[in-house]
Write a protein that binds this ligand. Structure first.
Ligand code: PGA
Ligand code: ZN
Length: 828
């Protein structure tokens, strides 16, 4: 079958593990397709009919009839006609929807509540059964749902309806329900065998009952029933189900002598196919149980017991759902199980639960969950636990995605579920090479690019560098020396270790660095290796880098997508002329990145026009981060231009102003040197007060004071509580320093620059601390950049508050924005 039964296969297959899991699920569903199983198990060879190993010589029978009931009965009848063709004399079947056949009459009945339609169809079926004589052959299609669809009398219909409703509330098992069903019916519990007697009967059993008890399918119309009226009455009394008129089931064994009950398909057919498919994909595959009837918690415990990387643990059965009183959630038991499994999933694992008929009590067949589901829910601020408690799986998956869709399928065994743990063979993840080379950064200075290789996977990172570097930043080793250190020191230490052990390899890098500033190998070497390994790890797992980071970071969120901090005017150390203030930014106040990007570009264009009015074209230059540089020492002028540009641009989103004062760069000998004046911290704060008053949009301010002056930060923050006061040189992405800033209430925002601290793990640890204290994280580029776009993945993977990446017109800055836009586009 070329066409996939899972209609949204490609939409769901956003990672290698998901694709593999969906392939396994697809294999399971295809194997139980009614046409497929019949064609595999029934063969007509001349006059010999072979049915799953049994042999029937058709010349011995005068007529062949086909009757049937259950969800797949009509499709089965159609397929039987294709095989037997004109040999069928007459037939009648009832299923969920009609299927036009040549000879066999097909009926659409109702399920799970019986109705008159079911009765009408059953009457015809019974007539065909009774017309069969001793020399005739009757092929009976018995499939799940047959208990409701087969209704021998109107009284049985009524009683069946009443019984089903009463049973729903009772907590009784499906076996108990079927025992009673057998005794309110003339056909179930072997009654049909009596009607068919003395014809020869081939009963093709399509089992939807976990465990393979043939008599349980459709309440066993062609199977001898061991239970009695007394047993049925005992169940009715036990659950207080009401009054029912019971009849005894046939106890004369003679009726069953010519009956061949032949299992055609069961959940094992699907489970075996899933196991085979998983093995083909290179997984170890176990069928944990074919008779799972357990709560989600119990199921999770069974599935996670034997988990090893590269394994598929599969089960067939039915999830036990206990509906709490007053619960009005919607969804099927497969969706509910998948939703519940979110509590037990480890990073990278994928879990699928699916109703084999494609109908999980809703128009979805089931659901797929993995860590992406959790990220999406977190990002949408959905409380997973609330959805679990209210058994409200359908709206949950409708919102976050994950519904598996197939439409109504021509198959019906029990539910199918499995947990896939990604393959990470040691070989795949083992670091096999580390190389480094020198390349120029955006300012033409030499930096390094590091590649970490793990077998056929690899990751490369080109390290940026700063100009206004904080005193507490890790050390930078000159590029050429750094390349030698990678080859001579780092490579021998990391070869043979796992690229997936980010914290382990970062610890090794720290040890090799010897000091907190990583003096022995250089922070640039450490970060190059650390990020390159992180990228290689994502590739080994077949997931996006941001997803791998989200897994490392534990799926925390500050914003659905980062706000853009777009630098439009450069000064300070990023410019040769201009004011002492390093960066004047705009921050579109939205998490709609595309809208923010468009707005920023528009404001930048307006700003350019405004500047051209006041300055000669050749006097407007471009700073390190792509912002304009204007030949004016005035502190106020750049703010005024930016404010005017915002005002004069028609944007769809509100725009705020930001600034990186980088005050350490104009702090000299205990004072701040601005516009030729020497200011104390208090006087500088007065200058800021004036700026805030004049430019109310100025709401995000970075490094307003020198990097040692926590107290001045704290004073400023308490004087300007509406302003996000951001530490950069103050904190240098260092967890210990951040803790100090928190204790001193110095900041409520922090710039995150991985190369200030040297490893991915340390970067994430600092961010963890910030998140715990509601400190907004703004992931940032450096003034000396490369074309690398890792920070976009870092910002999105951690769902940080902001991404600061300079002016969108410079290629090395645009690369970051473009990557973020691409992530968001594929993520939707
Ligand atoms: P830097 O500048 O990369 O030169 O340190 C950026 C900043 O200070 O935020
Ligand atoms: Zn800064």
């Amino acid at each position: 079958m070329d066409k996939k039964l899972i209609t949204n296969f490609d939409t769901l297959a956003t990672s290698k593990s998901r694709r593999d899991a969906l392939t396994v699920a697809e294999a399971g569903l295809q194997a139980i397709d009614t046409q497929v199983v019949l064609q595999n198990s029934i063969e007509l060879d001349g006059t010999i009919l072979r049915v799953a190993g049994e042999r029937f010589d058709l010349t011995r029978y005068e007529h062949t009839y086909v009757i049937g009931f259950g969800k797949v009965a009509c499709t089965a009848a159609y397929t039987l006609e294709q095989i037997l063709q004109e040999r069928i004399k007459e037939g009648a079947v009832v299923g969920l929807s009609e299927r036009v056949c040549q000879t066999i009459d097909t009926y659409a009945g109702t399920h799970p509540i019986p109705s008159t339609q079911n009765y009408t169809a059953t009457k015809h079926i019974d007539e065909v059964a009774r017309s069969a004589k001793e020399n005739d052959l009757v092929i009976v299609i018995v499939s799940g749902g047959g208990s409701a669809l087969l209704c021998s009398t109107m009284a049985e219909c009524d009683q069946g309806q009443k019984l089903f409703n009463a049973f729903l509330q009772s907590g009784g098992t499906i076996e108990e329900l079927n025992t009673v069903r057998k005794h309110i019916s003339k056909l179930k519990g072997g009654g049909l065998a009596q009607s068919l007697y003395p014809a020869t009967v081939i009963s093709l059993i399509f089992s939807d009952v976990p465990g393979g008890d043939l008599a349980a399918v459709a309440s066993g119309p062609t199977c001898f029933d061991e239970s009695t009226v007394a047993d049925a009455q005992a169940i009715i009394d036990c659950y207080g189900l009401g009054d029912f008129i019971l009849n005894e089931t046939p106890k004369d064994l003679e009726y069953f002598k010519r009956v061949h009950n032949i299992p055609i398909v069961s959940n094992m057919t699907a489970l075996n196919a899933m196991q085979a498919s998983a093995r083909t994909l290179g997984y170890r595959a176990d069928i944990v149980s074919a008779t799972q009837y357990a709560t989600p918690k119990e199921t999770a415990a069974m599935l996670t017991k034997q988990v090893v990387p590269g394994s598929v643990q599969a089960m067939g059965g039915e999830t036990k759902v206990i509906v709490p009183e007053g619960c009005d959630g919607t969804g099927g038991r497969n969706g509910y199980l998948a939703l519940s499994m979110l509590d037990s999933l480890q990073s990278g694992q994928v879990f699928i639960s699916i109703a084999s008929d494609g109908h999980d009590n809703t128009n979805a067949a089931g659901a797929l969950v993995d860590s992406e589901t959790i990220s999406k829910a977190t990002e949408m601020s959905l409380n997973i636990q609330e959805y679990q408690t209210n058994l409200n799986s359908f709206p949950f998956f409708a919102a976050v995605g994950g519904h598996i869709r197939t439409g109504q399928l021509d198959s019906n065994v029990s539910d199918l579920l499995f947990l896939l743990t990604p393959k990470i063979s040691r070989d795949d993840a083992t670091i096999t090479d580390i190389t480094a080379k020198v390349l120029p950064d955006s300012r033409g200075k030499e930096t390094i690019s590091v590649t970490v290789t793990a077998g056929e996977h690899s990751g490369t990172f080109s390290v940026p560098s700063g100009a206004s570097t904080g005193i507490r930043e890790v050390q930078v080793i000159p590029a050429r020396a750094a390349v030698t250190i990678v080859a001579d020191t780092v490579k021998p230490a990391l070869l043979g270790t796992s690229v997936l052990d980010q914290s382990g390899l970062d610890a090794t890098l720290r040890n090799l660095g010897q000091t907190p500033s990583l003096a022995a190998i250089g922070g640039n070497v450490a970060l190059g290796v650390s990020v390159a390994a992180c990228k290689a790890a994502a590739q080994v797992q077949g997931i996006e880098i941001w997803k791998y980071i989200a897994d490392l970071f534990g799926h925390q969120t500050q914003a659905p997508a980062p706000r853009l901090f777009v630098n439009l005017i450069n000064g300070g150390e990023h410019a040769l002329v201009g004011s002492a203030i390093q960066e004047h930014q705009i921050i579109p106040d939205t998490d709609d990145v595309a809208a923010a990007h468009a707005a920023a570009t528009a404001v930048q264009a307006t700003l350019h026009q405004l500047l051209l009015k006041d300055f000669k074209k050749q006097d407007i230059t471009i700073g390190d981060e792509g912002g304009f540089v204007i030949p004016s020492k005035s502190i106020e002028a750049p703010f005024a231009y930016v404010a005017a540009a915002i005002e004069q641009t028609d944007t769809a989103v509100p725009i705020l102003m930001g600034a990186d004062m980088a005050a350490s760069s104009f702090y000299k000998a205990g004072e701040y040197e601005l516009e030729g004046k020497q200011l104390t911290a208090g006087q500088l704060q007065t200058v800021y007060r004036g700026l805030h008053k004049k430019f109310p949009l100025l709401q995000l301010v970075e490094d307003p004071f020198a990097e040692h002056d926590f107290a001045a930060f704290a004073k400023y923050q308490s004087a300007q509580p509406a302003v996000t006061c951001i530490g950069d040189d103050l904190t240098t992405t260092n967890k210990t320093t951040l803790q100090k800033a928190i204790t001193k209430q110095a900041i409520n925002g922090i710039i995150i620059k991985p190369n200030q601290i040297g490893t991915v793990s340390d970067t994430l640890a600092t961010m963890q601390l910030a998140y715990q204290h509601n400190i907004r994280c703004i992931v940032s580029h450096r003034s000396g950049e490369t074309m690398d776009d890792f920070i976009a993945d870092l910002a999105f993977g951690t769902k940080s508050y902001g991404l600061k990446a300079g002016a969108p017109t410079m290629p090395e800055r645009a690369a970051k924005y473009d990557r973020l836009l691409a992530i968001i586009q594929t993520h939707e």
